[in-house]
Design a protein around this ligand. Structure first.
Ligand SMILES: Cc1cc2nc3c(=O)[nH]c(=O)nc-3n(C[C@H](O)[C@H](O)[C@H](O)COP(=O)(O)O)c2cc1C
Length: 309
């Protein structure tokens, strides 16, 4: 999570028993990433991953240098996202790194398997951020992907509670990935006003921008986001839209809490979020409620059949 998944949140998620994922590109340079990885290690001895996102950016990114910083720091799990990570696979595999590729269609998941990634994280149309262009919601996307690949599949997009976890497992995933839900926790570095806005929002309070540029992104439904959509309808290109969607402005939203200062990323699952727990309480609650769901609700469905067997 750009601007959000910094060392404090990553360590808190890993300490809670989940896998924290640091974002490489939040750091202004590969050296800063090396330092941030060290900060994670100073706060947890649990496994964590680093995300490297290959997407169109206004400024060119030295991807190889970021990748090498990850390798040199001895990180063991990398989540790639966006474009095909093939060019980076030899270096990552030579370093013994497990690669999880995040994508939004079964066909991209299959391609990722073919180039040697170890697992895919499949992001449904509900998700925060880059939804892709095929608009496949998780209910179809997860089983369709599980049917296509033989590597583990992590379900992503729209997950925030035990009901989602149990559903994802039923659909064939090995686990879930949560972005928006972890953004709205005590340890998240996001301004309290943004956390309050998420808690007060519903599943209809997101929108898609940059559709016209085939870089569709799910963001908070704000007046600024609507103005971007209006510009797109009027045929504006990246030169006109760019200044409105500049990452630095989005960063200030998370830091200062003014929802109209810039474009900010959030998923539909905000409609299911009504508190700001610690990461430990959140993970504990999801696991324990999932156990109750399976034992009391799902096993309960078997009872009549068992009784007549
Ligand atoms: C604030 C924020 C920033 C994000 N930035 C990135 C990013 O830089 N790279 C990436 O691959 N995914 C990014 N995502 C997407 C998440 O990694 C994840 O795929 C998504 O949040 C899952 O959907 P959910 O929010 O419904 O859980 C971001 C999500 C949020 C909420």
């Amino acid at each position: 999570m750009q601007w959000v998944a910094r060392a404090e949140l990553v360590a808190a998620v890993s300490n809670a028993g989940a896998l924290g994922v640091l974002t490489a590109l939040t750091q202004p340079s590969p050296q800063a990433l090396t330092d941030e990885i060290a900060r994670v290690r100073s706060m947890t001895d649990k496994p964590f991953a680093v995300n490297l996102t290959f997407l169109p950016t206004l400024k060119p990114v030295p991807y190889e240098a970021y990748r090498d910083a990850i390798i040199d720091a001895g990180v063991k799990i990398v989540e790639t996202a966006g474009n095909n990570p093939a060019a980076h696979m030899p270096a990552l595999k030579a370093a013994g790194i497990k690669v999880i590729h995040k994508c939004t269609t079964p066909r991209h998941a299959l391609k990722a398997e073919q180039i040697g990634v170890d697992a895919v994280s499949i992001d449904g149309f509900e998700c925060a951020g880059h939804v892709g262009e095929d608009d496949i919601p998780g209910l179809i996307l997860i089983p369709a992907t599980v049917s296509k690949v033989s590597i583990p599949v992590i379900a992503s997009g729209g997950f925030g509670d035990a009901r989602g976890l149990v559903a994802a497992l039923a659909l064939g995933a090995e686990g879930i990935n949560m972005g928006t839900r972890f953004m709205c926790t005590q340890e998240s570095p996001v301004h309290d006003n943004i956390k309050r806005t998420i808690v007060g929002s519903t599943e209809t309070d997101t929108c898609l921008i940059l559709r016209s540029l085939r870089n569709s992104s799910r963001v908070a439904r704000t007046a600024l986001a609507q103005s971007v959509i209006d510009m797109e309808k009027d045929g504006a290109g990246i030169a006109q839209i760019g200044p409105k969607v500049a990452g630095g402005k989005g960063r200030r939203v998370y830091e200062q809490g003014d929802v109209e200062e810039g474009i900010w990323t959030v998923g539909m699952v905000q409609g299911l979020i009504d508190d700001v727990p610690t990461c430990a309480d959140l993970v504990r609650r999801i696991v324990s409620q999932a156990e109750v769901l399976v034992r009391d609700r799902l096993c309960g469905l078997l009872a009549p059949a068992l009784a007549t067997a």
